[in-house]
Design a protein around this ligand. Structure first.
Ligand SMILES: Cc1cc2nc3c(=O)[nH]c(=O)nc-3n(C[C@H](O)[C@H](O)[C@H](O)COP(=O)(O)OP(=O)(O)OC[C@H]3O[C@@H](n4cnc5c(N)ncnc54)[C@H](O)[C@@H]3O)c2cc1C
Length: 383
């Protein structure tokens, strides 16, 4: 990564994560992705290497370094995007806990998240509330009980990444269904194993096949009042700030996939001979490689600008949306051009470019579609 002003520790992290991706992640992707199997083993190793702990605040055993986390996600995603998605969603929960948790909540979850012992799951989307997430209809009703007050949560969540694998679920539900818009939404921490927390089958996806998402059913799920994250009515604000972190991680996954597409295209066109010379000798091919390279670097620059602003605690939702939008669209463009440069071989499973293409498409959708990112940016531009 030239020109990015990384610290010596970050340079070492990038080198190490790149080796890890080449030696462990790429073979895991080749073996597991075609079967749609979960990337759990890669995540376990990411935990052991400390990557999952990087976004967790240092006082709770983590690295407290968002930029380093994103560097690690980019390198891992260069090998396989799916573990990047799982790690990014878990980081959203860890950062929300770090920002809004009580001391007891932080102590309970963050040290285990820092070690990669438990993953987080972010359960916002519902069948009737996708891009319009504030339209959610799950409810949390406060009930008094001799052992202490608690909430009973009822609802159904959709597309919850890491569901069934996570140790803690950040669930958004209405504590005041009569309140307009986002006002009645609150956030809750629900432990794996809580009675009434049930899951559907994993989504049968054609992209991001190594990441798992399931429907989450909250069937009279009872949690103590001390499991509410933040105040009643603050839930949507917490969701939006968590989504900012998540979108940075998606941009990092996208830069990784765009870079992998460039790497694959370059290797192929140097090798493949047509008309008596390697394809790389053709100027049309050289221009395609130059365009992909520009897109990768521009996406990385937008990501690192936004990441550094976020790490400094500056207001930067529009910059984050620009990074997410541009990086995911560049990943899609780069993967599409890489497939094209591979010719017929590009659409066979003998080469990874088809996986990059499928994964990049999904990135344009989760954690806010490209259209929703444009809405966020336009709001900033137009006021
Ligand atoms: C692999 C994967 C992982 C996911 N992980 C999670 C997770 O961990 N937690 C979670 O809560 N959710 C998760 N999601 C859900 C994801 O965030 C939603 O799918 C996404 O926000 C879009 O919602 P939707 O699918 O309901 O599409 P819809 O909202 O129905 O949108 C359909 C189309 O309409 C467009 N559209 C909608 N509104 C507007 C508008 N106002 N202006 C212009 N265009 C608009 C959209 O951009 C899209 O093109 C995941 C989804 C996927 C596919």
């Amino acid at each position: 990564m030239r020109g990015f002003d990384l610290t010596p520790e970050q340079e070492r992290l990038v080198d190490e994560a790149r080796r890890f991706a080449e030696e462990r992640v790429v073979p895991a992707a080749a073996g597991l992705e075609p079967q749609g199997a979960f990337c759990g083993e890669v995540l376990r190793e990411m935990g052991e290497r400390g990557y999952l702990g990087l976004p967790v605040p240092a006082e709770h055993g983590g690295g407290g370094d968002l930029v380093s986390f994103l560097l690690a996600v980019e390198e891992v995603a260069r090998g396989w995007a799916a573990p990047g998605l799982a790690a990014g969603v878990s980081a959203m929960v860890a950062l929300a806990l770090g920002q809004h948790g009580t001391p007891a909540q932080k102590e309970r979850y963050l040290p285990r998240m820092a070690k990669g012992e438990i993953l987080g799951c972010f359960a916002l989307t519902e069948p009737g509330a996708g891009s319009d997430a504030a339209a959610l209809s799950a409810t949390a009703t406060l009930c008094s009980a001799p052992g202490g007050d608690g909430y009973v949560i009822e609802g159904r969540k959709l597309f919850s990444t890491n569901a069934g694998e996570a140790g803690v679920y950040l669930v958004f539900a209405k504590t005041d269904p009569a309140a307009p818009g986002i006002k009645g939404i609150s956030a809750f921490l629900v432990d794996a194993g809580t009675l009434g927390l049930e899951f559907g089958l994993p989504s049968d996806k054609w992209g991001m096949r190594g990441s798992v998402d399931r429907e989450v059913f909250l069937n009279g799920c009872r949690v103590p009042a001390s499991n509410r994250l933040g105040e009643e009515g603050q839930g949507f604000r917490i969701a939006l700030s968590a989504l900012d972190t998540g979108r940075l991680a998606v941009a990092a996954q996208a830069v990784g996939v765009a870079q992998a597409s460039l790497d694959a295209a370059v290797a192929f066109v140097k090798e493949r001979q047509q008309f008596g010379a390697p394809l790389a000798r053709l100027q049309a091919v050289q221009f395609a490689a130059a365009d992909i390279a520009c897109g990768v670097d521009a996406a990385r620059l937008l990501l690192h600008r936004a990441a550094r602003m976020a790490a400094r605690g500056e207001r930067c939702s529009a910059e984050i949306s620009m990074a997410k939008l541009f990086a995911t669209e560049q990943a899609m463009t780069a993967a599409s051009k890489a497939v094209q440069l591979h010719g017929g071989r590009g659409v066979t499973n003998a080469y990874p470019v088809g996986r990059y293409f499928r994964d990049a498409k999904v990135m344009e959708i989760y954690e806010g579609t490209s259209e929703i990112q444009r809405l966020v940016i336009a709001r900033e531009v137009l006021g």
